[in-house]
Design a binder for this molecule. Structure first.
Ligand SMILES: [Zn+2]
Length: 186
C-alpha cells in the first residue's frame, strides 16, 4: 500500500496533464513517448485526451510540446517570453474552442469537436484556464538547457529554478564555479 503524498513536482488539477505531456520526452535525446502514431494514440488514450488521427497530427503534437516548453522556460526567467507566446499562434488554427455549460463548475472552455481538434485543443483549454487561475507562471521547465524537465513550483516564494537541486542545480553551480576559476586564471 502506497501512501498518497503529493509529489513535489505535481501541478494542481488539470494542469498536471500539461506537465505530464511536457515530460513525455526525456531531453535532450529521448526516449519519447510520442515517437510514433501508435505510441501517441496510446499516451493520449491513457490520459483522457482525444487521440491524434494521423502521423502529421503527431508531428504537430510534438512541435506543440516544444513550443509549450519554451513558455515554461520563460516562466523560469529564461528565453524570450514574447517570442514564445507568438510561436504558439499557429497552433490555434487546430484548436477551435467554445464555451460550454457545466452545471457543477459553471462555464467551461472545451474543444468544438474532440475528434477533429485532437489533443492540442484540450491542452490549450487547460493552459487558458491556468492563466485565469494564476497558476500558469509556476509551471516551469528546468533552467538547465539540456534538461528542461517540467515541474510545478510549490515553494512559498516561487523561487525554484531546477528540477532537482541534487542533479541540475548542483551541476549549474559547479559550472559557474569552473567559469569563475577560468576567468580568474586567464
Ligand atoms: Zn533539470
Amino acid at each position: 500500500m502506497t501512501t498518497l503524498q503529493p509529489a513535489p513536482d505535481r501541478a494542481p488539477g488539470s494542469l498536471e496533464l500539461v506537465r505530464l505531456f511536457e515530460n513525455t520526452v526525456e531531453l535532450p535525446s529521448g526516449p519519447d513517448e510520442l515517437d510514433s502514431l501508435e505510441y501517441a494514440r496510446a499516451w493520449c488514450a491513457g490520459h483522457g485526451l482525444p487521440p491524434p488521427l494521423d502521423e502529421g497530427h503527431v508531428e504537430l503534437l510534438r512541435a506543440f510540446r516544444e513550443t509549450l516548453r519554451d513558455l515554461l522556460f520563460a516562466n523560469n526567467g529564461e528565453g524570450d517570453r514574447h517570442a514564445a507566446w507568438e510561436a504558439l499562434a499557429p497552433f490555434l488554427s487546430r484548436a477551435r474552442l467554445a464555451l460550454n455549460v457545466d452545471p457543477d463548475r459553471g462555464l467551461e472552455l472545451q474543444p468544438v469537436s474532440h475528434e477533429a481538434e485532437g489533443p492540442i485543443a484540450s491542452l490549450l483549454a487547460i493552459v487558458y484556464e491556468s492563466l485565469l487561475k494564476g497558476t500558469w507562471s509556476r509551471l516551469r521547465a528546468c533552467r538547465r538547457q539540456t534538461c528542461r524537465f517540467a515541474y510545478y513550483d510549490q515553494t512559498k516564494n516561487g523561487s525554484r529554478a531546477w528540477c532537482s537541486m541534487a542533479t541540475c542545480g548542483n551541476q549549474a553551480k559547479a559550472q559557474r564555479r569552473r567559469a569563475r576559476e577560468r576567468n580568474l586564471s586567464s
